[in-house]
Ligand binder design. Structure first.
Ligand code: C5P
Ligand code: MG
Length: 236
């Protein structure tokens, strides 16, 4: 197209030609985000959903901790400080780690449910924690299908985290860091939930109950998502 035409089009649609194409095709790659305050039970429930549906489970926090430990990482100190202070690591670091981990999982050419004909399915746990992460990932990596949002009270979360802290070895499972993580959650993550609620993409699940009870509810939500995708037959 002649440059002048390009310029005219851009003048009317300033962002149209710059819209990035996501790395992954969301008709093949299913992304479910898993959110909830620290200690809400995200990791526990993800492990159960992996058993049910063959997801690849990627925890943003785990990937950051691994990157922090990786010899030669230029982000080690930055990640360590953010984790201890309960603040959000600059999004380009986390988004890139997730993208790389997704590529690696797809390259494994897994077998089984959800991994045939170039398809794949991911549970992305503890992400997106902030609006910039959400926009960047949906636009440039892969549009998400659903947000599983586990909720419970701060009392329950605090109790669970302190219990976990006895054995987790995590630098942020102490009262001081936990308080900061709660504040970051309210300030940075709640707007993300509002953003997806406005798109009717959030399944809110009370995670105060036992692992079993919460798992049953979460599993039914995911079942419905896949049923809607894989068949045009009306639900029975
Ligand atoms: O999810 P998890 O509790 O393991 O996350 C630990 C820490 O990792 C967070 O408190 C935050 O400092 C960082 N993190 C982040 N962005 C994410 C997930 C985790 O900055 N999406
Ligand atoms: Mg976790």
């Amino acid at each position: 197209m002649p440059a002048i035409l390009d310029k005219i089009i851009n003048a009317f649609h300033p962002h149209s030609s710059k819209k990035p194409v996501p790395v992954f095709d969301s008709t093949k790659v299913t992304v479910i985000y898993v959110l909830g305050g620290p200690g809400a039970g995200k990791g526990t429930q993800c492990a159960r959903l992996v058993e049910d549906f063959g997801f690849c489970h990627l925890s943003a926090g785990d990937l950051l901790r691994a990157e922090q430990q990786r010899e030669g990482s230029e982000y080690g100190t930055l990640i360590q400080t953010c984790i201890k202070e309960g603040t959000i690591v600059p999004m380009h670091v986390t988004v890139k780690l997730l993208e790389n981990a997704m590529k690696a999982a797809i390259d494994e050419r897994r077998e089984g449910e959800g991994w045939k004909d170039g398809k794949s399915r991911f549970l992305i746990d503890g992400f997106p924690r902030k609006m910039d992460q959400a926009i960047k990932f949906d636009e440039e990596v892969c549009p998400s299908s659903l947000v599983l949002f586990f909720t419970t009270t701060e009392e329950v979360m605090l109790e669970r985290l302190l219990e976990r802290g006895k054995t987790s070895g995590r630098e942020d499972d102490n009262v001081e860091s936990i308080k900061k993580r709660f504040a970051t959650y309210k300030h940075d993550t709640m707007p993300v939930l509002e953003h997806y609620k406005a798109q009717s993409k959030v399944a809110e699940i009370d995670s105060s109950a036992s692992v079993e009870v919460v798992h049953k509810v979460a599993s039914d939500v995911v079942k419905k998502l896949f049923a809607g995708e894989s068949t045009s037959a009306p639900a029975s």
